[in-house]
Design a protein around this ligand. Structure first.
Ligand SMILES: Cc1cc2nc3c(=O)[nH]c(=O)nc-3n(C[C@H](O)[C@H](O)[C@H](O)COP(=O)(O)OP(=O)(O)OC[C@H]3O[C@@H](n4cnc5c(N)ncnc54)[C@H](O)[C@@H]3O)c2cc1C
Length: 238
């Protein structure tokens, strides 16, 4: 529920248990439009599979989704990576967060399955909003023999961010609607460099990119997909 009257959120908040005392211990810009938030609290009892995310109440009447990108069990910290796009209350809320701020958080949600244990090959696609989800795969990559490749469409200022975040097997494309263009996709080098048949695709980020990419690969290859659009031009909250 991205938007609701204040009394609805107040009532839900009254009945839903909150994570005790969560504090921002790091608030760092990775670039002009990407911000890492590290929060400290008692997260020991939480199950945090790949892609666990928070529904954060960012104003009296709005909640927005942000994925847990990393967990440090020893330090009891969780990381979030947010796209600061400047056009919404979620982006503004994260932009304003600073060290020492307290955050009121419900338990993270774990109802989306992004990681497929049986897949030999996983191809991940997304944009700035997907970087946190992509990062949540990193421990899996380290601990399994599965093949992973990450495809990002990113603003130019963020082209080096995947490397900084620790990705090795990835490709970056400019964020200028390429993945919304079926003709470009069919002709692109994407389909020449990787063996796609039988791969499992996790497609996230811009809704139109997800839809077009999914349609194209389904028409060309025998693949399984998990598509989850994270935002849509002109639509508030998703
Ligand atoms: C399961 C899930 C997990 C998510 N995890 C993350 C995450 O870890 N990090 C993250 O940054 N985002 C994440 N998102 C996406 C984020 O919740 C949306 O981008 C959300 O719309 C941001 O809210 P807002 O209030 O800033 O903008 P809104 O009020 O929702 O939208 C206002 C305007 O801004 C536009 N807009 C929204 N998002 C973007 C964007 N990224 N770029 C450009 N324009 C935009 C909208 O189209 C609209 O026109 C996730 C979404 C889902 C569903």
């Amino acid at each position: 529920m991205p938007r609701a009257p204040k009394w609805v959120f107040d009532t839900l908040d009254f009945f839903m248990s909150k994570l005790p005392h969560v504090e921002v211990v790091k608030a760092e810009y990775l670039s002009k439009t990407l911000k890492l938030i590290r929060i400290k609290g008692d997260f020991n009892d939480l199950a945090l599979p790949v892609g666990a995310f928070f529904d954060i109440r960012v104003t009296d009447t709005d909640a927005r989704r942000y994925t847990i990108s990393g967990v440090d069990a020893e330090q009891n910290t969780l990381d979030l990576i947010a796209h600061i796009h400047g056009s919404g209350c979620g982006s503004d809320y994260i932009d304003a967060l600073k060290e020492g701020d307290e955050m009121i958080l419900n338990k993270p949600r774990t109802d989306q399955k992004y990681y497929e244990q049986t897949a030999e090959k996983t191809i991940f696609f997304g944009d700035e909003t997907s970087l946190a989800l992509a990062c949540s795969f990193l421990p899996v990559i380290k601990n399994t023999g599965q093949y992973f490749h990450f495809i990002f469409e990113l603003e130019e200022i963020n082209h080096d961010i995947p490397r900084l975040l620790g990705f090795e097997d990835y490709s970056v494309y400019p964020k200028k609607g390429l993945f919304q263009n079926q003709e470009w996709l069919k002709e692109s080098d994407l389909f020449k460099n990787i063996e796609w048949d039988d791969a499992y695709f996790v497609l996230t980020g811009n809704v139109k990119s997800v839809q077009t990419f999914r349609k194209t690969i389904k028409a060309l290859f025998n693949v399984k997909t998990k598509g989850h659009g994270f935002w849509l031009e002109g639509k508030k909250g998703l």
